[in-house]
Design a protein around this ligand. Structure first.
Ligand code: NI
Length: 226
């Protein structure tokens, strides 16, 4: 399957059958100014929490594509009030089988409110089983010991982990998170978008190599096959 990075924590996952978009924040992101948000297709939009940097383009993309929004109840309801018709609400720990595979909404240690300040429910991550692979999208989170449960319950092929520090884990904690979920393949997110989360890429790669991890920092707008 193909993984495309659209900047910050926004990724597109594409199999022969399904297109999934995580945390759409593209049009306000200067690092993604070369991406035409109207060209992005999605069957499902998975949103980890209500912060602007994860939801900014969700309404427009969901309305244009008729994608189903998968998120916690508050996020789905907030978008529903804006006219997004297809929503699938979940809560932490729950699993659901979609036509492409299974999604589990898992815990994240972070805050969540909607862009207008209304209550956003909990902040979450996702474990997605699709096309024979299991992906862990951590969302915005600190390192927490219960990540080990995710590794015990799943064989994680790729972990999408925040590495920008200040608001989330840094790369050192992300390396520990990768060990907690028992994967060697890390796709970095939540870095470089604004000054608080700027990172040194070579230092990040060094930290990953020291921990025998492959850290993928995908240039914005580019794709990798996994
Ligand atoms: Ni956040």
């Amino acid at each position: 399957m193909k993984v495309t990075y659209y900047g910050h924590s926004c990724f597109g996952i594409e199999t022969t059958k399904t297109k999934i978009l995580f945390d759409p924040f593209i049009s306000p992101n200067p690092l993604a100014s070369h991406i035409d948000v109207n060209s992005i297709e999605a069957d499902y939009i998975l949103i980890s929490h209500g912060h602007e940097y994860h939801i900014a383009d969700a309404e427009a993309i969901a309305k244009r594509t008729d994608a189903t929004v998968v998120a916690n109840f508050k996020v789905v309801g907030w978008l529903g009030n804006k006219g997004v018709e297809n929503g699938h609400p979940m809560n932490t720990g729950g699993k659901w089988k979609f036509n492409f595979g299974q999604v589990q909404l898992v815990a994240a240690v972070h805050s969540s409110s909607m862009p207008d300040g209304s209550y956003g429910g909990s902040a979450n991550g996702f474990v997605v089983k699709i096309d024979g692979k299991t992906l862990y999208f951590a969302g915005d989170t600190a390192l927490f010991l219960d990540m080990k449960l995710i590794g015990e319950s799943n064989t994680i092929d790729f972990a999408f982990l925040p590495i920008g520090s200040n608001f989330t884990m840094d790369v050192e904690d992300a390396c520990r998170a990768a060990k907690f979920v028992n994967t060697t393949q890390v796709i970095g997110m939540h870095y470089d978008t604004f000054p608080y989360v700027k990172i040194d890429h070579s230092e990040a790669h060094r930290a990953a190599a020291t921990n025998s991890l492959d850290l993928h920092l995908i240039p914005v707008g580019e794709s990798i096959e996994i």
